[in-house]
Design a protein around this ligand. Sequence first.
Ligand code: HEC
Ligand code: HEC
Ligand code: HEC
Length: 187
Amino acid sequence: MTRMRWLFAAVLALLCLAAVGAGQRWLKIASDNLHDPKSPAVGVLQEPAEALSLLAPDTAGNQVRWMRALDEGQIQPRTNIMPETKVNLRTTDVLLKNTGEMHLVRFPHRQHTAWLDCSNCHDQLFQQKAGATTINMMMILAGEKCGLCHGAVAFPLTECGRCHSVERNSPEHLAFGKGLVRDGGGR
Ligand code: HEC
Ligand code: HEC
Ligand code: HEC
């Protein structure tokens, strides 16, 4: 009980922060509190708004729907700097079912391995076995597991439905059969 109250207090705090953030799109370099406004680089560096306003828009986080920007070819990030680096892709989806009243969580490997290497997550954050790692919303809100990136460098935790995307007994749920893993292919 106290755990749930804690959770909802944290969620509320996050939502308030998001509401404050939503008012502003991209700060100018001279007033972003990251760059020295007196530096000669200000005025030479490209303004974030100039670059980011051309990409698939989002209503959360840094206002870019990065997965769409990548899939639609709006950006083509280099996969490796060293020629010997091996790029590893994976296309399985894992269904995470301990979600209480919320929709189930579909973890998609394709979308993640488009940006990240296996070693960014395995085996420090997650074991390579569906259901073997303890993950819950408290840990995520505290910046662990999925929360290490989501809310930091990937879409924020206020976007519940982007993770909790699979309705119980929907065709998408039933497609997993009895297992927790299926090949999501190119999706
Ligand atoms: C980055 C992905 C992600 C986002 C965003 C997200 N969740 Fe979760 N949530 C999870 C995962 C993963 C689990 C654990 C599932 C498991 O272990 O089977 C979980 C579990 C839960 C649970 C189950 C109880 C518990 O304590 O774990 C609840 C309730 C929940 N989330 C609510 C929310 C709400 C409300 C939001 C939006 C404010 C949200 N989640 C946003 C990934 C996410
Ligand atoms: C962003 C983090 C992340 C990255 C990157 C990642 N994984 Fe995973 N992986 C997960 C999560 C989360 C699970 C599910 C864990 C659970 O259910 O407890 C998982 C599960 C697995 C599983 C068991 C389920 C299945 O798909 O058969 C294997 C095997 C696996 N990963 C291999 C890989 C390999 C190989 C790579 C690189 C090509 C990779 N993973 C990249 C997070 C990641
Ligand atoms: C190591 C960093 C990292 C971890 C850990 C991580 N993610 Fe992500 N995730 C990303 C990045 C980067 C993207 C792509 C950028 C974006 O969509 O904001 C992404 C995108 C996604 C997407 C969106 C796919 C789409 O089609 O738009 C989902 C869903 C998602 N993550 C769920 C999860 C869940 C659930 C977990 C934990 C089980 C998790 N992620 C853990 C970095 C991570």
